[in-house]
Design a protein around this ligand. Structure first.
Ligand code: UDX
Length: 498
């Protein structure tokens, strides 16, 4: 795209973008910023002090730290060590208390930009920064939303009230006490996968966790439990409701997805969300995620990877934030040992709860790593997935990782943790059919069996063929005349006329 500067010589409009300060949200926002820059807009990125960005890869952008930028009063940094629940509280807190300071900052930026004869035409913020809608409204500045996850996920979130009406969250309440949440899914499914749940009015409901949800047939009943929401009064559900409301109030939604991947979901979004939707992804087809990496990717393993047989290596990464329980971690270790295949495992520091890094690994496993594996703290993921030696990706199904795998035609083993991940995992395994969902937890035998299915047994050819077809569809969608390409042209025109 660097070679396709369409309007740069007449750069007269500025777009301000505001990512949520987490890797999986920063990457698509900065990729979008680059896409817009190379389509002629000037770019300002506003960001928090927490997870503040490395700006050196973006000398063509202006950066402004606007919120949470007092190191003594760094709300998110204080909360980040306490886990994802507290991070969600942190996001809510910032949404509640940041309106005035953002308004002042933006007001000043608007004045400056007019003086420089380069008006700010649009504010683009992460969907979870829902408070920015009223700030933008008060300044008469159009706000567009970047939704960093799938359309399917947003459709499911929009159905939470319907699902609650049908009693699905009562069963989630029954099975998801705090202890069960920590223990993980495998401990909440009874041997026959069946439980009785009662609606408050007394109507008796029986849910089979393996059954499909009639209202959203892609989902199984247990996927609703996996969302870890206890109904509309749950704090996460409240946050999602606010996000949905302000997304509907925005001037449009930009998606890191492409039409052919989620066609029926796109139809539903068009019906339920009364604002234009632009499906212009996958963004990393234009600019790699590594440009906005918060951690330095290692490259020492590349020569090892180069020497592995084609499609022989299992790549394992659970993204930027998920943490494993110790017992699950040990099942992974044993599962890899049983599967007898080469592997490249991204183990971020503190990926296992209560552990620094690889300190829990037994010596026999370290020997095994020496024989047929490699462990790194952070990898250039896109390059690994594109490498001829990579045969499958064991992923947590963060949406960026899911898209990156799809784009390289690499089948997946799906082990989601929270949020949109269980929904994306279901979509990958049951709709796209390019992955095996480890939906009953982390047992070593199940792990080894999933690895065999996608990498060794005959079935692997079916996974590969479907993954290859999807890869082709992506390539077509970003070419001239393709759905994403055309949607991007519409978006550029739309923003310039806002
Ligand atoms: C979070 C949520 O978990 C996810 O569900 C949501 O869709 C976005 O935010 P995260 O855990 O960061 O996502 O995962 P993901 O969305 O997959 O993003 C991770 C990014 O880090 C990817 O772009 C990936 O390429 C990159 N990455 C990961 C690396 O560059 N190197 C690595 O070693 C691992």
């Amino acid at each position: 795209m660097e070679n396709q500067i369409v309007r740069s010589s007449c750069r007269r409009q500025r777009v301000v973008l505001f990512p949520l300060p987490f890797q999986g949200h920063i990457n698509p926002m900065l990729q979008l910023a680059n896409i817009l820059y190379f389509n002629g807009f000037s770019i300002t990125i506003i960001h928090t002090n927490f997870n503040s960005l490395y700006t050196s890869n973006y000398p063509h952008f202006t950066f402004r730290a606007v919120l949470d930028n007092d190191s003594k009063d760094n709300n998110l940094a204080k909360l980040s060590s306490k886990g994802i629940g507290d991070l969600l509280s942190g996001i809510m807190l910032l949404n509640q208390c940041s309106e005035e300071s953002l308004r002042q900052e933006l007001d000043q930026m608007l004045i400056d930009s007019k003086q420089q004869q380069e008006p700010i035409v649009c504010l683009i913020t992460d969907a979870l920064w829902y408070f920015t809608q009223s700030v933008a409204d008060s300044l008469k500045l159009p706000r567009m939303v970047l939704r960093t996850s799938s359309l399917f996920c947003l459709n499911v979130y929009a159905s939470i009230p319907v699902l609650e009406d049908q009693g699905y969250f009562n069963q989630a309440n029954s099975v998801f006490d705090e202890e069960n949440i920590d223990l993980g899914l495998k401990n909440i499914i009874s041997p026959n996968n069946e439980r009785d749940f009662k609606k408050p009015e007394g109507t008796e409901l029986v849910f089979d966790l393996e059954e499909r949800v009639p209202e959203i047939p892609v989902l199984k009943v247990k996927d609703i439990s996996n969302m870890r929401i206890k109904g509309q009064t749950d704090p996460t559900a409240k946050l999602l409701a606010k996000m949905l409301k302000q997304t509907k109030a925005s001037s449009g939604i930009i998606w890191n997805s492409f039409k052919e991947l989620e066609e029926p979901e796109f139809q539903k979004i068009c019906k339920d969300f009364p604002v234009p939707s632009f499906l212009i992804g996958p963004f990393h087809k234009y600019f790699p995620a590594s440009l906005s990496s918060l951690l330095e990717p290692e490259r020492s393993f590349m020569s090892w990877l180069d020497h592995q047989a084609p499609k022989s290596v299992l790549y394992i990464s659970f993204g930027s934030a998920a943490q494993l329980e110790k017992q699950d971690f040990m099942e992974v270790v044993h599962g890899l040992a049983i599967s007898k295949l080469p592997f490249l495992w991204v183990m971020r520091p503190a990926i296992v709860k209560g552990s620094e890094w690889i300190d829990l690994l037994p010596n026999w496993f370290l020997d095994l790593v020496g024989e047929r594996g490699y462990i790194v703290k952070w990898a250039p993921q896109q390059e690994v997935l594109a490498h001829q030696a990579t045969g499958a990706f064991w992923t947590h199904n963060g949406w960026n990782s899911t898209l990156e795998s799809i784009c390289e035609g690499v089948p997946m083993i799906c082990s989601p943790f929270w949020g949109d991940q269980p929904l994306d995992a279901r979509y990958v395994s049951d709709v796209l059919k390019v992955g095996v969902y480890l939906e009953n937890g982390w047992g070593k035998e199940e792990i080894a069996s999933a690895v065999r299915r996608v990498m060794v047994e005959e079935e692997r050819e079916e996974f590969r063929e479907r993954a290859r077809c999807l890869k082709e569809k992506v390539n077509v969608s970003v070419m001239k005349g393709g759905s994403s390409y055309e949607s991007l042209q519409s978006l550029v025109g739309y923003i310039s006329l806002l």
